[in-house]
Design a binder for this molecule. Sequence first.
Ligand code: PSU
Ligand code: MN
Length: 293
Amino acid sequence: MTAEDRPAVALESTVISHGLPYPRNVELALEMEAIVREHGGTPRTVGVIQGELVAGLSREQIEHLATAPQVRKVSRRDLPVVVARRLDGGTTVATTMWIAHRAGIQVFATGGIGGVHRGGGQDVSADLQELAQTPVVVVCAGAKAILDLPATLEYLETFGVTVVSYGTDEFPAFYSRSSGLPGDVRCDRPEEVAAIWQAKQELGLPGGLLVAVPVPEEAEIPQAEMEPVIQQAVAEAEARGLRSAQVTPFLLARIAELTGERSLRANLALLKNNARVATQIALAIHGIREPSL
Ligand code: PSU
Ligand code: MN
């Protein structure tokens, strides 16, 4: 197989710098890269190293973002700052999409996207606007129920982002396969996603495509079990007066603490599953058949 037959799949790095504890973050990042390769793609983990936007971090650079104390969480508004000041950063879904697109990459695998936070819609992740503007297929496990999921889906609708539910009729809720909310369209095969993506390009419609894949069944935590934990974490974030970029990392870390290894296991399982599905979609977009494993 030549490099051209191995389409690139972007991977994010906020999950490495701010989403998972060390050393699981490094292990996970390298495992996701291995899964992309195994399925016939080329992994390109995205991040910022001393102000340079990198689409294809080396192993040493991944280790650095996983361990160095001064790594920023870089969303769109932070890009000019980290570049001007030559800082290191883990890229969110928004920034990873933007850098991936500049590097000519069409497909990106992540865990969960940011969205509209609970509590009146004042805090809306830049991930949603990026999906409205930047042409990348984003494969995720839905959005965490720490968010206001109905408001998040309404926002995506308003900004013209098609939401594909993959192998399900529902929009999945990260730890939980079910949210009770429908996606826009169900796809069961990578070729179906590729066809919708191609139609969107041909129509000249701007923005990305969101593909939501439920967490593998064996790692799922049902929503009824998650809800009390989420409510507690959200209340604690409010009591601490957390704002802006601090909110999501706090909620993720607190939920991991409250649910122990179980939520970590679900998180790792869905990230790896999404790397596989994203690679299969990238191959379908490029009209390449998956190598027999
Ligand atoms: N959701 C998760 N895990 C994560 C994130 C979100 O389940 O690691 C990260 C992603 O990088 C996402 C970012 O882009 O948090 C959203 O942060 P904010 O809500 O501050 O935009
Ligand atoms: Mn926010």
